[in-house]
Structures are given as structure tokens and as C-alpha cells.
Design a protein around this ligand. Structure first.
Ligand SMILES: Cc1ncc(COP(=O)(O)O)c(C=O)c1O
Length: 398
């Protein structure tokens, strides 16, 4: 292998395509086919969505699962069911996908952006506490990348002040916080089953889980036009403002197949992550994902930090953009992780968030990159990943 970088005309580390994710197969096809042939395509007419809800709730050891059309609509449902409304403040991390925060605006409430911990990339009691005001009504604790947020401190803050804690577990199916599955710790837990998530429901899909009977009833009502429970003849009687956020039956059918594979997927992701972490030990410029003592990580994404400071003292500056482009040219998939924190996004700048400062998230935006450890990836693929990272880091002085 040439040590000349591929981006400078050298031989790339890898030419073979990287294994894809997700991989759906015959079982998924059959499940979708059965729903199609039944003609019962929705949760209003067939039982597939209810079956998915029952199995997802059972997996979590929780009373209720309310399936939704996406992770975004699941979070919106949770905020609406909690009664979050105009003028209420909701604390949310600035380093996350935008859908953790936009449902707050959809409720007419005010997102308040919290900084994140430098190691877990999640909010914590320490980053949230300074932001509390008498108007604070809820906290959205995101378990980013599959690593649980430090929930004990967050719950204590919330209990003291009567705040609702909504977990955004869109990236963290099966992750454990002190042995408990994420999503079961706050008042409600929200999941996404989008195409590349740890498990998909065939492209789009989401769910809210809760142990609270009253919240579950409200979630169901708001999900479907604010209509009261339908037993017998439908009366078209609407009690509250609602939406059509229902999950279609074909999505639930795929979700059922994928849910049965979830533990196997998680095992493979964890095995791959452990292997890659071992391989990256030889690269001082790269800090592999941190795992807190309380956590079992789900590794939706394997996030590394580029130590851009490493050679600055010696006058070598390693720029994340250049680093990522050079590794990509070596033939392994890599991309930057949330290069623009939410408070710096134009959509929020226009709403007056210009003065917000979250120094840790702002620094991380220029340091983090994504590697992929999904279940179809083998050790040989990861050897190529480590080789490409090592080659570029060495060329750039790390
Ligand atoms: C942290 C986080 N929250 C919310 C969402 C929204 O989920 P969806 O794309 O299913 O609407 C996502 C999905 O990408 C996410 O990563």
C-alpha cells in the first residue's frame, strides 16, 4: 500500500464498496405482502400496528407504546400530550439532530439550548441547571449516537421543579442506563425507525413509550385527529387538537420483523465498536467513543474526536474538513458529525438565538466525525477503516 494519500493521487486503502445498512430480506417482504393482501393497511382498520406496539412495549418492559409516523412526530406527540404550550420553555441539547428541537416550536413553545458534556456529547444536570427559569416546563434528554445521557441528575432536577422529562432515544434503541433500557426512565421515551436507524420500520416510523395510562390515552388521541377512542361505530367526535401521525400497517409489519432481530443487531454493533476502538488505539490523533461507567452504548454511530490540538504546538494544524475528505478518498465512509450546532442554524438565528453560547458544542462541531459499525460490517472492513484513519493521521502529523 502506498503511503501517499489518495487525495494527493496515491493508491486508496480500499476500493470495495462498504457493506450497506439496512439490509431487509425475505421475511420483511413476506410481512409486507401479507399486510398488502389483507387490505387492512392502517391502524384504524387492522391489527398489525397494535401488535407492533405490544411487542415494542414488551421489549421495554413498559405498559404503553404509541406508534407514530416518525421520530419527529413521536417527539411532537410527547410534548403535546404533556401539555407543553405557548410561552413554555423546553431545554434541549444544541448538539443533536434538529428534530429534537423543532417539535418544541411546533407546540408554540420556546427551545432553550443546553451545552453538552465533552465526553458523552449529551446534556447533563450541570449543563441544564443554569438554564432553568420559572417558565421551564420540560427537558428533552437526547441519548445521542446510542450513548445514554446521565439521567439521575436530570431526573433529580426535574423532580425538584415538577418538570417533564422526555427522552429522545431516536438513536439509542436498546442502550442501557444503569442497566435500564433508555426510553423507560423519563415520563416518555421517543424512538425513530428511520431507514438507517438501529432498527427500521421500513423507511419511516416512530414511537412513544410510557408507563402513564393517562399520557398514553392522550398520545393516542392526539395522534389521530384528537378523536376519542373508537369502540364500535366511529362518531367523528374530536376532543382535542390532533394530527394524523399514525404509523401505516406496512411499516409496523417491517418493524415487527426488525424488532425480533434488535438484540442480535446490538450485539454486532457492540462487537464491531470494541474491535475498532482496539484498532484505533494506535492513532493518537483520534479519540474513540467514550463509554461512561453507567452506560451500555448502542453505537448507532461510532463518533470519534479529532485531536486538532495535537500538533498545533508544533505548527501543524489538522483541519477536520481536510481530514474527513482525505479519509473518504481512501475509500472508507466518513463524515462530519453535526458541524453546525442547533443554536447556530439559520432557522434559529432568525428567531433571535444570535447571543446563545455553548462553547463545548461549538468546539465539538469542528472536531467530531462519524465511522460506521452497523451489523453487516466485518472485522476486515474495520481493518480498512483503521488503516485509512491511521494513514491520514500520520500524513497530517498525528
Ligand atoms: C436525535 C434524533 N431525534 C429525532 C429524530 C427524528 O426522527 P425521524 O427522522 O424519524 O423523524 C432523529 C432522526 O433522525 C434523531 O436522530
Amino acid at each position: 500500500m502506498s503511503s501517499r494519500l489518495a487525495i494527493e493521487g496515491g493508491e486508496p486503502v480500499r476500493r470495495a464498496p462498504y457493506p450497506p445498512w439496512p439490509v431487509l430480506g425475505e421475511e420483511d417482504e413476506q410481512a409486507v405482502g401479507e399486510v398488502l393482501r389483507s387490505g387492512r393497511l392502517t391502524s384504524l382498520t387492522g391489527g398489525t400496528v397494535a401488535q407492533f406496539e405490544a411487542e415494542f412495549a414488551r421489549y421495554h418492559g413498559i405498559k404503553h407504546c404509541v406508534a407514530a409516523s416518525s421520530g419527529t412526530t413521536a417527539i411532537h406527540l410527547a410534548l403535546a400530550a404533556a401539555g407543553i404550550s405557548a410561552g413554555d420553555e423546553v431545554i434541549v441539547p444544541t448538539h443533536t439532530f434538529i428534530a429534537s428541537a423543532t417539535p418544541i416550536l411546533h407546540q408554540g413553545a420556546v427551545p432553550v439550548f443546553a451545552d453538552v458534556e465533552a465526553d458523552t456529547f449529551n446534556v447533563s444536570r450541570e449543563t441544564i441547571e443554569p438554564l432553568l427559569t420559572p417558565r421551564t416546563k420540560a427537558i428533552i434528554a437526547v441519548h445521542l449516537n446510542g450513548h445514554p445521557a446521565a439521567m439521575d441528575g436530570i431526573l433529580r432536577l426535574a423532580q425538584d421543579r415538577g418538570l417533564v422529562v422526555v427522552e429522545d432515544a431516536a438513536q439509542a434503541h436498546g442502550a442501557l442506563y444503569q442497566g435500564r433500557k433508555v426510553g423507560t426512565i423519563g415520563r416518555m421515551g421517543c424512538f425513530s425507525f428511520w431507514e438507517d436507524k438501529i432498527m427500521t420500520s421500513g423507511g419511516e416510523g416512530g414511537a412513544v413509550i410510557t408507563d402513564d395510562d393517562e399520557l398514553a390515552a392522550r398520545l393516542r388521541m392526539i395522534r389521530s385527529h384528537g378523536e376519542g377512542p373508537i369502540a364500535g361505530e366511529r362518531r367523528y367526535y374530536h376532543l382535542v387538537l390532533g394530527y394524523n401521525y399514525r404509523m401505516p400497517a406496512m411499516q409496523a409489519a417491517v418493524g415487527l420483523v426488525q424488532l425480533r432481530r434488535l438484540e442480535e443487531y446490538l450485539e454486532a454493533r457492540r462487537r464491531n465498536a470494541a474491535y475498532l476502538t482496539e484498532r484505533l488505539k494506535e492513532v493518537p490523533a483520534v479519540v474513540p467513543p467514550y463509554v461512561a461507567p453507567y452506560a451500555v452504548h448502542s453505537y448507532y454511530k461510532y463518533i470519534c474526536r479529532l485531536r486538532t490540538d495535537l500538533r498545533q504546538a508544533q505548527g501543524v494544524s489538522v483541519d477536520i474538513e481536510r481530514f474527513v475528505a482525505a479519509v473518504a478518498a481512501e475509500g472508507v465512509p466518513i463524515s462530519r458529525r453535526y458541524p453546525t450546532p442547533l443554536h447556530r442554524q439559520p432557522v434559529f438565528q432568525k428567531l433571535g438565538y444570535g447571543d446563545v453560547s455553548c462553547p463545548v458544542a461549538e468546539r465539538l462541531a469542528g472536531e467530531l466525525f462519524i465511522l460506521l459499525v452497523h451489523p453487516t460490517v466485518s472485522e476486515r472492513d474495520l481493518d480498512d477503516v483503521a488503516a485509512a484513519i491511521g494513514k491520514v493521521a500520520e500524513a497530517y502529523g498525528g
